[in-house]
Design a protein around this ligand. Structure first.
Ligand SMILES: [Fe+2]
Length: 424
């Protein structure tokens, strides 16, 4: 092969290397290429196997090919040691480690002067071992392939069939081939590792997402269960109090109608929050003894004190409904007054959540029109008057107006409502 031919061959080899993703296939291609183009008694490649921590033959071609399954070299093998020491050159010897030819080895052994550096015995021993390995492998030349300082493999070539020593051009060609192949192998391995890592990461991520979904579902389920419990508590409260008995739905409907009239945004969870608050605002009454809750006469100061705790108790009961944090907040403030004279916190005007201001009006209306055991329910018109009279002090005037407008425009006829309540 001429110099030009080598360069061409090299270019072609480099091109195919870029395309090759499987490093073993690449090495086999190189072995076949050298064997065909140069004409050798054999061409073989040793490659480092990470899993086995050994150098193994991936391919061997030619008349004197090596039985690749049988021969494996570990890191203590003289040949491997020779090339591995290139990276951490300690000055033990200054002999070339770019490649190894048997002529070179013979020359070194015949000329002890080049080894005259204080480690001569050790070095000579190593070179004798090298000679031995090369004879066993029928190697005329060994060319290491590195990636940075890591020995990835060794090209082991037999004698030229045509005879004669290898030219410097040929040796340099083998070196370039070995190093390019090493780089390609390293890249392919890197890609493989990266792919494996990504797959693992992806798998972990999927598992995590599934787990999070499960947790979220469990949490939702718990919230639903809790909501059901709280609702049944609220129903119990309503059932105990004769004037509200059976009117939970009425209260909720009137409240939503008022909110709509006010132009209050009911999109998303906002309507659910309002409805839940309308249903649950008196749930805190659950702890109040029946004789207080159902007392027809005026409550004593002590009894009032207990009664006035129901908004904060209700908020405490609703605290675990984390999806409905606002419900607890609304419930806490449903007995605040617009003028700031209500309880439990004396909030004023806009400080009071709008839903709580709505509940205050709807709840008062209900109390007025409903028949209690000690008096008949009064008419809707009387209730309206009372609401209007207290607008701006007890109630938010805007909410009162919206409520009356909503009530009047609704299908709920006044007489119908009244007779409905009189039935109790
Ligand atoms: Fe209340």
């Amino acid at each position: 092969m001429t110099s030009f031919e080598y360069q061409e061959a090299l270019k072609n080899a480099a091109k195919s290397m870029v395309r090759v993703k499987n490093p073993r296939r690449l090495l086999k291609m190189i072995v076949r290429f050298i064997n065909r183009e140069v004409g050798l008694s054999h061409a073989s490649i040793l490659m480092y196997d990470q899993d086995k921590s050994q150098y193994i033959f991936v391919d061997s071609r030619g008349r004197h090919r090596i039985p690749i399954k049988l021969v494996k070299l570990d890191e203590r093998n003289p040949l491997i040691r020779w090339f591995s020491e290139k990276g951490n050159h300690t000055g033990k010897d200054r002999l070339s480690k770019d490649y190894l030819t048997h002529e070179q080895v013979n020359l070194w052994l015949k000329n002890p002067a080049i080894m005259n550096n204080g480690h001569a015995d050790e070095l000579k021993e190593h070179i004798l071992q090298l000679q031995d390995v090369m004879l066993t492998l029928k190697a005329a030349v060994c060319v290491p392939g590195y990636y940075k300082k890591e020995l990835l493999g060794v090209l082991i070539l037999g004698e030229k069939i045509a005879g004669g020593a290898f030219t410097p051009e040929e040796l340099s060609f083998f070196q370039t081939l070995a190093n390019d192949a090493s780089m390609t192998i390293k890249n392919a391995r890197y890609q493989e590792d990266l792919l494996a890592k990504n797959l693992l990461l992806e798998k972990k991520r999927t598992i995590l997402q599934e787990r999070l979904r499960e947790i979220e579902q469990m949490r939702k389920k718990e919230q639903e269960t809790y909501y059901q419990i709280v609702m049944s508590l609220a129903r119990e409260v309503y059932a105990k109090d004769p004037y509200t008995s059976g009117h939970m739905e009425d209260v909720a409907r009137l409240g939503v109608m008022t909110a709509e009239k006010l132009g209050f945004d009911l999109t998303g969870k906002k309507k659910d929050i309002l409805v839940a608050a309308l249903h649950l605002h008196d749930v805190g009454k659950i702890g109040i003894p029946d004789h207080v809750l159902m007392k027809p006469e005026r409550l004593t100061d002590e009894e009032w004190k207990i009664m006035k705790e129901h908004p904060s108790r209700g908020a405490m009961i609703l605290e675990p409904l984390t999806d409905f944090k606002r419900v607890a907040h609304i419930v806490r403030h449903h007995h605040e007054r617009f003028d700031g004279k209500g309880y439990p916190d004396g909030l004023k005007g806009e400080e009071i959540p709008i839903e709580a201001r709505i509940i205050a009006v709807v709840d008062a209306f209900h109390a007025i029109v409903s028949t209690r055991c000690y008096r008949r329910g009064r008419s809707v018109l009387i209730a309206f008057d009372e609401l209007r009279a207290n607008a701006g002090t007890q109630f938010d005037a805007e909410v009162v107006n919206a409520f009356i407008a909503a009530y009047q425009s609704s299908s709920m006829d006044q007489t119908e409502y009244k007779s409905h309540h009189d039935a109790h």
